[in-house]
Design a protein. Structure first.
Length: 156
């Protein structure tokens, strides 16, 4: 185990097959994916609450990015992949695309934009970023769509 990340140091198989050829998902991977998704739920729900309560748009944007990152990494775990130690959502979406090509086109722009929310806009110099509320709402709605799509494909 790589203790820094809590993941095995090698890619692991997400399926086990019986002698009769019937395959099933490894319960350990399913549990790890559920844990990633649960943390992602905390972020997307926090973003939703902050939006509803007219919270800071930079905080909403941060939680949007975090939710997407955790869902993409959780899906990779479910597929037996060790998620890379990155925050670039387009990189993660490219890895997920190998399993779910239909997720790429509708969500690549969101992933590129939300990566900037995390990397470019979070730290000084300069004041905290302020985003247009309508734009943040559109990104939040699209993030919910991505979360639901991954949940549906994960079938947990």
């Amino acid at each position: 185990m790589n203790s820094k990340q809590g993941w095995p140091s090698k890619t692991f198989s997400s399926r086990k097959c019986s002698r009769k050829g019937k395959c099933f998902m490894d319960e350990g991977l399913r549990q790890q994916a559920r844990e990633w998704f649960e943390r992602g739920d905390h972020d997307i729900e926090t973003a939703q609450l902050l939006y509803k309560e007219h919270g800071y748009t930079d905080a909403i944007a941060y939680h949007i990015q975090q939710a997407i990152e955790k869902y993409l990494k959780g899906y990779l775990v479910l597929k037996g992949q060790r998620p890379p130690w990155v925050h670039e959502l387009d990189t993660l979406l490219n890895l997920v695309e190998k399993f779910e090509a239909d997720l790429y086109p509708p969500f690549i722009e969101l992933c590129e934009k939300a990566t900037r929310y995390y990397i470019e806009d979070r730290y000084p110099p300069g004041p905290p970023a302020e985003y247009d509320r309508e734009e943040i709402k559109a990104d939040l709605d699209l993030a919910w769509q991505l979360v639901r799509a991954i949940r549906g494909k994960a079938d947990l």
